[in-house]
Structure formats: structure tokens, C-alpha cells
Design a binder for this molecule. Structure first.
Ligand code: NAD
Length: 353
């Protein structure tokens, strides 16, 4: 029986709770400690999950020789400093998305990972869904040929998270681009085989959130008018291999789908596909016929948030690579950061190394 890895969670709010079933299900890990700047949140979380090692200062967890993994679940701006301190203290790090709000911070996290030899993984749970895994396998087997164009969008009609960690740049680094755009963009790049982005033309603005009477269906909260992030963004991305991508993301939009419309369409030389439907679109050039088929899916055994925790502990135990490498999150952030730069500069910007 291999060692049970001990996990310390930093930031015990909403998303940390979705990780707990994964740590509980893992045969390789268990949660033993937590840290949060809110004493009340920390006490409540400790009581619910039976965790007694609680610290207001995360450095206490980093100094604890019993702890092997730090699970970073704080608002975005604190991901890099907490992860780097944890890596330098010899801990493996699972960090929520976005890995960090800027490419420079992610590069610093990669450097910390490399000088310590520890594992660093981004919690991109979309990748762990059964539909994503099935499409990835199909694309990797060549069903799409070379993917030369993609469209992806994650559009909410009226769901803006009215919390300081999301609506003020000093905590989040940005709005839906960085909050939900990161999910759909990470999955799109992964399905495309992670081509290197080289140029971005984008817009990021708040046409609805700052109008009189603006509200979010998130508890029907009014939107604080000092919110300083965008509510909508769109971009056109060019990749080194010649492929292109159109990306759209919003928290508020007069869009004809209640809730959230989240899709990816990929166009390849041998076929196309849609996510999450897993529809594959093909052409028989001899019979001159079009055909569509759907992939066979098996029932997901666990929530994808839980599966990512299980996968991380397993990778550490087996000495395997990170299930979501930071280099792939760096590409994601080069594009998202490029959207903000393009908005400021009013034209296409170069991104990447
Ligand atoms: N993967 C997903 O589907 C998903 C969904 C929601 C949020 N998230 C990500 O999770 C992170 C947290 O979001 P949330 O919804 O849980 O927010 P939240 O506001 O519910 O919880 C954040 C917690 O972090 C604590 N905190 C803030 N600064 C801290 C610091 N410096 N040190 C320690 N604790 C600190 C807060 O007190 C709070 O308890 C964000 O990065 C967000 O992007 C991911």
C-alpha cells in the first residue's frame, strides 16, 4: 500500500467544497488541514469535514512536514504567490483555474515547479468529463484530421458572480474572460492538440453590467457599479500551425438560451465535431455524402471536480506527469491576456514566446 498523501486546502470557499468528494474518494490522499483569511469560513468548513488542523496563515501549512499537497482554492490573484510558496516548501500543488491571471505569473510558477521537482496541476475540470475524454480520444485517433479552425463560446444570459473575488480586478484579474473563458478555451486548445497561439485580436467590455438596473440572477443581486471588470469578451486567435479560433464569453448577454450556453465546434481536414454533444461530422468524397454520428459515452463515475483531485493524487503516487501541465495553462493565459492587451491597444497583438 502506497503512502496516503496529506492535503492542505487554502481558501475554503465554494470551489474547495467541490474538491472534497474527490479527496475523500482518492485511495492515495486525504485532507488533513485548511487555511483561510476568514476565521468563520474556516471554522465552518473544519466542522463540516471533520478537519481540525486550521490556520489563518497558509505558511503554517507550508511549514508542516506532514503535508504533501496544497490545494489552492483562493481568488485568482493569490494563486501564484501561494502556489510558489507551497512549491518552494516542497509541496505538490493543485491550483484552481485560471492558474494565474497573467502569463508572467505562470512562468514564475513553472520555474518554481522546475527548481523543486514537485507536481503542479491546473484544476481544469472540463477535461475530466466523459464527453471531453471521448472527444479527445477520437481527435487523437485522427478522426478530425488536422484541426484548422475552432469556434468556442461560454455565454451566460444573466449570471454574474456578485462577489469581490470575481468583480474587482485586484482580486480576480478580470471578468468572464478569465473566469469562464478559461474553461472553454482550455478545453478547446486541448482538443486541438495545444497548438501555440501567436496573435490575438479581441474586445473586452462591460456594456450591460454598468447600465442602470443591472442585476445578476445569482441571487438576483444588484451589480455594484464600482465593478471594474468586463462582462463580455470576443476574440480571433491565430496559431503557429496556421489554425484559427473564434472565442466568445460573457456573464451577461441578450442571448437566446436561459442559463449558460457552452459549446465548442472544431473543423478539421477529415471531420468536424461538437462539444458537449460529441457529434462527429464527416464527408464521404467517393459517394458525395455527408454523415453525422455521436460517440458512445459511459456514465461518469464522479463529478469532474472530484475526478481531477483523484487524478492528481494518482499521478504523484505513480510518478506520472501532471494531468494538466502548467505549460498548457500558459498558452491559455497568453490568449486571455492578449484579449485584454488587444482591447487596450485597439488591434491585433502578438502573444507567446
Ligand atoms: N473550476 C470551477 O468550476 C470553479 C468554479 C468556481 C470558482 N473557481 C475558482 O476557484 C477560486 C475560488 O473561487 P470560489 O468560488 O471558491 O470563491 P469563494 O469566494 O467562494 O471562496 C474563496 C475563499 O478564499 C478565501 N481567501 C481569499 N483570499 C485568501 C488568501 N489570500 N488566503 C487564504 N484564503 C483566502 C476567502 O475567504 C474564501 O473563503 C477562484 O480562482 C475561481 O476562479 C473554479
Amino acid at each position: 500500500m502506497s503512502k496516503i498523501l496529506k492535503v492542505g486546502v487554502v481558501g475554503v470557499g465554494g470551489i474547495a467544497k467541490t474538491h472534497m468528494p474527490g479527496w475523500a474518494a482518492s485511495e492515495h490522499a486525504e485532507v488533513v488541514a485548511g487555511s483561510d483569511i476568514s476565521a468563520e469560513a474556516l471554522e465552518n468548513w473544519g466542522a463540516v469535514y471533520g478537519v481540525t488542523k486550521l490556520a489563518s496563515d497558509p505558511a503554517e501549512l507550508f511549514r508542516d512536514p506532514d503535508i504533501d499537497i496544497i490545494d489552492v482554492c483562493t481568488p485568482n490573484r493569490y494563486h501564484a504567490p501561494i502556489s510558489i510558496a507551497a512549491l518552494d516548501a516542497g509541496k505538490h500543488v493543485l491550483c484552481e483555474k485560471p492558474l494565474a491571471p497573467t502569463p508572467e505569473e505562470i512562468e514564475a510558477m513553472i520555474a518554481a515547479r522546475d527548481r523543486t521537482g514537485k507536481l503542479l496541476m491546473t484544476a481544469q475540470h472540463f477535461r475530466f468529463r466523459g464527453d471531453s475524454q471521448a472527444l479527445k480520444a477520437e481527435a487523437a485517433a485522427g478522426a478530425l484530421g488536422e484541426v484548422y479552425h475552432a469556434r468556442s463560446w461560454m455565454l451566460r444570459r444573466g449570471w454574474l458572480p456578485v462577489r469581490p473575488g470575481f468583480i474587482y480586478k485586484k482580486h480576480s484579474g478580470g471578468g468572464p474572460t478569465i473566469d469562464v473563458g478559461v474553461h472553454i478555451l482550455d478545453l478547446t486548445l486541448w482538443l486541438m492538440g495545444n497548438p501555440q497561439p501567436v496573435a490575438v485580436s479581441g474586445v473586452a467590455k462591460a456594456p450591460l453590467a454598468l447600465r442602470e438596473g443591472a442585476f445578476s440572477q445569482w441571487r438576483l443581486d444588484p451589480i455594484p457599479q464600482d465593478m471594474d471588470v468586463e462582462d463580455f469578451a470576443a476574440a480571433f486567435v491565430r496559431f503557429e500551425n496556421g489554425a484559427t479560433l473564434v472565442l466568445e464569453t460573457s456573464w451577461l448577454l441578450h442571448h437566446d438560451t436561459p442559463g449558460e450556453d457552452t459549446q465548442i465546434w472544431l473543423y478539421g481536414t477529415e471531420g468536424g465535431c461538437h462539444w458537449p454533444s460529441t457529434k462527429i461530422l464527416e464527408t464521404n468524397y467517393e459517394t458525395r455524402q455527408f454523415s453525422n454520428r455521436f460517440l458512445q459515452l459511459t456514465q461518469d463515475k464522479m463529478e469532474p471536480h472530484a475526478l481531477e483531485c483523484v487524478a492528481f493524487a494518482k499521478a504523484i503516487t505513480e510518478g506520472a506527469p501532471s494531468p494538466v501541465p502548467a505549460e498548457e495553462s500558459l498558452q491559455v493565459q497568453q490568449i486571455l491576456d492578449g484579449i485584454y492587451r488587444s482591447e487596450r491597444e485597439g488591434g491585433e497583438v502578438r502573444v507567446g514566446p
